[in-house]
Design a protein around this ligand. Structure first.
Ligand SMILES: [Zn+2]
Length: 174
């Protein structure tokens, strides 16, 4: 079994975990998914996914800003570093299948999504919309950093929880 290959620091006084100065939380998958499903039930998927998209977009933007400063990465290298990093945190294995530097359009596949692993493959709907905003946020950060000014929309086109072989996110210009 591999150990995490991201640096994890734990403050001995406060117990706070962090990676490259960014506070992180380690939690059981069932708690994370149950909390997600509970919020979805309370708000409806339509409302919840809309707010989650904005939260994910903002968080990816902040992460890219911090990590580009920490590592002095620039441009699409920050995005590739982001995809690698989120694949190392247990949420699933993300792979960039296609990426168009001129428009910011991208296809990203996902295997072993926490939502599919928890809920199974017969969900009858796409389960992993929590991730959609992340890709638009990270790529739009790259766009503003490279003067491309991408304006993107991101959605889960195929989901392994809904009959597909793997999950697939499409990120397209608005
Ligand atoms: Zn999915």
């Amino acid at each position: 079994m591999e150990s995490p290959n991201i640096p994890i620091a734990i403050d001995p006084d406060t117990g706070i975990w962090s990676t490259n100065g960014l506070p992180m939380i380690y939690m059981p998958r069932h708690f994370f998914v149950n909390a997600h499903l509970s919020a979805e039930t309370a708000l409806t998927e339509e409302t919840y996914s809309h707010h989650l998209y904005a939260a994910g977009h903002k968080s990816a933007w902040v992460w890219c800003e911090k990590e580009s400063q920490a590592h002095r990465f620039t441009g699409l290298d920050v995005f590739r570093h982001y995809i690698q990093s989120i694949s190392q945190r247990g949420g699933g294995k993300f792979t960039v299948m296609a990426l168009d530097e001129s428009s910011g359009a991208a296809d990203i596949s996902l295997k072993h999504s926490v939502f599919v692993e928890h809920c199974g493959t017969n969900g009858g709907r796409n389960l992993c919309y929590m991730y959609s905003g992340w890709f638009a946020g990270a790529l739009e950060w790259v766009g503003q950093a490279t003067s491309h000014c991408y304006s993107l929309n991101s959605y889960e086109a195929l989901c392994a929880g809904n009959g597909a072989e793997q999950c697939l996110f499409k990120i397209r210009p608005r």
